[in-house]
Ligand binder design. Sequence first.
Ligand code: IDP
Length: 137
Amino acid sequence: MSQRSLVLLKPDAVRRGLIGEIIRRIEAKAGWTITALELRSLDRGTLETHYAEHAGKPFYEPLLEFMVSGPAVVMIVEGERVIEGLRALAGPTDPVAAAPGSIRGDFGTIVRENLIHASDSAESAERELKIFFPSHA
Ligand code: IDP
């Protein structure tokens, strides 16, 4: 079942020089293709739309501040079971709880600065692709 996912390599991944390593792991998965990729400074409005479900939570404002603190890599990844697969590759939200071998488990410690976003469902992916890649949606 071929799917599409919106992937963000967050500003910490760019600052720490980890985007090559993370992209390598994504590219290495059989049958997955990166069909769009851009280094982009995200604006607050875009992020408010993307993270609308978290508005009002204690981590919301610090999350937005972090996400505008430097450029991110914005990508579309397509392929077999890519939504579930990317969530497994990333690991759970809290990097300390993430297994070694996952991106967050190997490189993260701070919950907010957890390196990568990947759509959590097909519905989320379609919503998020419209936000970040309106011309591809
Ligand atoms: P996800 O990115 O694993 O899907 P979400 O619950 O959608 O996790 O949270 C969005 C982002 O908000 C997380 O990736 C992380 O950067 C940040 N975040 C979530 N929960 C917390 C928290 O409890 N403290 C600080 N930041 C958080």
